[in-house]
Design a protein around this ligand. Structure first.
Ligand SMILES: Nc1ncnc2c1ncn2[C@@H]1O[C@H](COP(=O)(O)OP(=O)(O)OP(=O)(O)O)[C@@H](O)[C@H]1O
Ligand SMILES: [Mg+2]
Length: 398
């Protein structure tokens, strides 16, 4: 009995469950988002009363980076599925991250159709066939759907096709039978993308939205407390540590992105563990905060397709060598080839498109093709941010 404790206690452990600090993990409870989740429920609950006459309800969830939009939509979706099941309605919530599954209209509809039923997806089918095939299937099988399209602003910026037009007019366009789609929730960081839409799209999308304001320092503290309880050993942190993380996260340039707070907690924990300590010290957080480039979070990196990840390494290397806050596309092209060689990968011919995608994701800034840099990185601190970012892209940061 005792031996077990001696053995387990021989290496100091701060983080009990790393997964609970990962950006992919969504806790059961989301403090300070209860009212938004309730509002979503009440918006869609009416459809469950009359499932035979569903009404396509469109909703926009708008809020700055890291304000719990994705987490809340996913939690709401599961709660709505459960409530439907309780009422004997066969409803699924299909969640789509457009940064991952939104390369084109056909890929998007194929992805949604495949989630509804594997056999609805086939490579050879066009976008309309996939979409309408799925709607006919839902009608025939008495199944219902709620769709969340996450990061529609990225999609509009990057792909610019008629997805919003198609989906907000499903009730007009689908006349073969009953439309079994209760609604579509779109999320975006701001309403700026409205400016890029056609009038016909904006008129069916509407201008009203549900707001997710940036978290304040006290709210971030509550969130961190919940997450720390799940992820860390009890004696491994203090309220002061969490308050400090909450304060720096609520202040510029981070402005409340909860993901930065979770990254800080995880990296500080890793650092303290690496030093052989059994608790996080303020200097661990200070050091990590001083090095972490706030505009690119772990999730941004995790969501990057492989080619973009390598291209980002090319951009970072080019900036490191130039010792200047900006480089040219030509510099990037050259460094990108070097990085590919180092990794033993075949360079893509579409470097410009990859660089453009990094820009559309908000990671890099393109002033012109001869002036490309990192978004919001202060020139005097660029160097340390770059090496930290490189370590994170490679997956070697503490
Ligand atoms: N209220 C909360 N309580 C606990 N964890 C939260 C809360 N809000 C967000 N999180 C966590 O923070 C991380 C980021 O949240 P989320 O992905 O929902 O942000 P977002 O608003 O969608 O950001 P983005 O605009 O970048 O897509 C996730 O790990 C999520 O689980
Ligand atoms: Mg999100």
């Amino acid at each position: 009995m005792w031996e077990k404790y001696v053995e387990a206690g021989s290496v100091p452990e701060i983080i009990r469950d790393r997964g609970k600090l990962s950006p992919r993990y969504i806790p059961e409870e989301l403090p300070h988002r209860e009212s938004q989740i309730e509002a979503l429920k009440s918006l869609y609950m009416g459809s469950l009363e009359k499932p035979t006459r569903p009404f396509l309800q469109i909703c926009q969830v708008i809020g700055p980076v890291g304000t719990g939009k994705t987490a809340s939509c996913i939690r709401f979706g599961s709660a709505f599925e459960a409530e439907s099941k309780r009422r004997g309605i066969d409803l699924s919530h299909v969640y789509v991250n457009l940064k991952i599954h939104g390369a084109s209209r056909q890929i998007l509809y194929g992805h949604i159709a495949g989630k509804v039923a594997q056999r609805l997806y086939s490579r050879g089918l066009g976008a309309n066939e996939l979409l309408y095939g799925m709607l006919r299937y839902l009608d025939r099988e008495h199944k219902f759907l709620l769709i969340t399209l996450d990061e529609i602003d990225y999609y509009v910026r990057h792909v610019r096709d008629q997805v919003i037009y198609d989906l907000t007019r499903l009730n007009e366009a689908y006349s073969d039978g009953a439309l079994n789609v209760f609604g579509i929730v779109f999320t975006a960081r701001s309403t700026e993308f409205h400016g890029q839409l056609e009038r016909a799209e904006l008129s069916t999308l509407g201008r009203t939205f549900m707001e997710f304001p940036a978290y304040t320092s006290t709210q971030l503290f509550d969130i961190l407390q919940h997450r720390a309880q799940e992820a860390l050993n009890r004696g491994a942190y203090t309220d002061e540590i969490l308050e400090y993380i909450a304060d720096v996260t609520a202040s510029p340039p981070v402005n409340g992105d909860v993901r930065y707070a979770l990254d800080l907690l995880l990296f500080s924990g890793n650092l303290a563990e690496g030093r052989g300590h059994d608790a996080i010290m303020p200097e661990d957080v200070r050091r990590v905060h001083g090095e972490t480039y706030p505009h690119v979070t772990s999730e941004d990196i995790a969501n990057l397709p492989e080619e973009e990840r390598v291209a980002l390494m090319g951009v970072v290397r080019a900036l490191q060598i130039a010792r200047d806050p900006y480089v040219t596309l030509k510099n990037i092209r050259e460094m990108y080839k070097v990085v590919c060689e180092g990794l033993g990968e075949k360079p893509s011919k579409e470097v410009e498109a990859l660089v453009q995608d990094l820009h559309d994701r908000g990671i890099i800034e393109i002033r012109k093709l001869t002036k490309i840099g990192m978004t919001g990185a202060p020139a005097q601190e660029l160097d340390k941010f770059l090496s930290n970012l490189m370590d994170r892209v490679r997956g070697t940061y503490p």
